[in-house]
Design a protein around this ligand. Structure first.
Ligand SMILES: *[C@@H]1O[C@H](CO)[C@@H](O)[C@H](O)[C@H]1NC(C)=O
Ligand SMILES: *[C@@H]1O[C@H](CO)[C@@H](O)[C@H](O)[C@H]1NC(C)=O
Ligand SMILES: *[C@@H]1O[C@H](CO)[C@@H](O)[C@H](O)[C@H]1NC(C)=O
Ligand SMILES: *[C@@H]1O[C@H](CO)[C@@H](O)[C@H](O)[C@H]1NC(C)=O
Length: 312
């Protein structure tokens, strides 16, 4: 009894909060949805639900808004950089994600644990952010609507992202078609090393595109709690509808993709950040935004089933 109690104390002692809040950065609304909020920005709801599925809550960081980003960064426990179509080299979006990435680096350098999860476009951004020239070094490829098992690289065994995953989850991830790729550009091992991304990140898995090109599908930073996947772990559970019929929704796909959300939320629980008041926290949470729309329905048929839109 005593020993069990002691062990629980020790293993939970690194957690700073049981109720982490994650900031998700919005992107310019795509043309197909512009009429819902002309010139505004959006966040696909699947990312919000994915965070919530693991016990996190979400605060939108609304691109172009008058929110105080400095204050919000000091209040949230981690950042999710979502997928999408934004320009990641030279745009208002790229400047905001760069500012947030640099903030996260500086915070961690100061001993302030502050994790980042990056999916698809986010993966492209965080790998670009580690290069000297800050431009995209991706090969044209066809990994659109590809649902694959991961080819884990040797370093996975020492990785934070995979080493503690249950065996049944690793088994699913490496043998079943459960990771969903939706991209037409790929990060090859050639460019990863040529542009010295290997100084910042460890590649953990690869896949092969429809034309036989090998591309990197997951990374973790060597010295920072930063993680990225080119595949979409949020889609198995939260993008279900007519527009993307090939996304796997098997029990195994949902279980294995949940690993990434759970892993990230455990990382965020180590962050000591908190809102200055309950009032500011409530005003900031996505619960206070009543702007979610059904975009998978007939007539709209957008690739995301639901999105939050934010006016300019
Ligand atoms: C934003 O928040 C920071 C940190 O709380 C504060 O120092 C700064 O004055 C705020 N900026 C504005 C424009 O309110
Ligand atoms: C960035 O974009 C702006 C506006 O589109 C353009 O004027 C500028 O030349 C670009 N800068 C670089 C370095 O590409
Ligand atoms: C490397 O990146 C460049 C862009 O900088 C791209 O044109 C090229 O196809 C990439 N090559 C490989 C092998 O990934
Ligand atoms: C998994 O995907 C690959 C490539 O698309 C396909 O060849 C294979 O048959 C799929 N396996 C299963 C079990 O569906």
């Amino acid at each position: 009894m005593m020993l069990g109690f002691l062990l629980i104390c020790l293993t939970t002692s690194t957690l700073a909060t049981e109720t982490p809040i994650i900031g998700i950065i919005s992107q310019n609304i795509p043309l197909a949805l512009d009429h819902f909020s002309p010139g505004g920005t959006f966040i696909a709801s699947s990312y919000v639900k994915w965070i919530e599925s693991a016990g996190g809550r979400v605060v939108p960081l609304v691109l172009g808004s008058s929110q105080n980003f400095t204050e919000l960064l000091e209040s949230v426990n981690g950042i999710l950089i979502a997928g999408g179509r934004s320009n990641i080299e030279n745009s208002t979006y790229s400047r905001l994600v760069t500012q947030i990435f640099e903030y996260a680096k500086a915070a961690n350098d100061d001993g302030d644990y502050f994790p980042i999860w990056a999916t698809c476009l986010g993966f492209e951004f965080i790998t670009l952010a580690s290069t000297a020239d800050k431009i995209r070094h991706l090969a044209r490829c066809d990994a659109w609507d590809q649902h694959l098992p991961l080819n884990l690289l040797e370093d996975w065994k020492e990785s934070r992202l995979f080493k503690k995953a249950d065996n049944d989850i690793l088994n699913i991830l490496t043998t079943m078609n459960v990771t969903s790729n939706f991209h037409m550009y790929c990060l090859t091992m050639d460019n990863f090393t040529r542009f010295k991304m290997d100084e910042f990140y460890i590649p953990l898995s690869t896949n092969i595109d429809k034309n036989g090109l090998e591309y990197i599908t997951s990374v973790e930073a060597k010295n920072y709690p930063f993680y990225g996947t080119h595949f979409h772990p949020e889609k198995a559970s939260f993008e279900i509808g007519y527009t993307r019929p090939n996304i796997p929704h098997t029990r195994e796909a949902i279980l294995a993709n949940g690993h990434f959300a759970q892993f990230f939320i455990e990382e965020a629980k180590r962050s000591k950040h908190r809102f200055n008041s309950r009032e500011i926290e409530e005003k900031s949470l996505i619960y206070s935004y009543d702007s979610q729309i059904y975009t998978g329905q007939i007539g709209v048929d957008f690739l995301y089933q639901q999105v939050y839109v934010f006016p300019v």
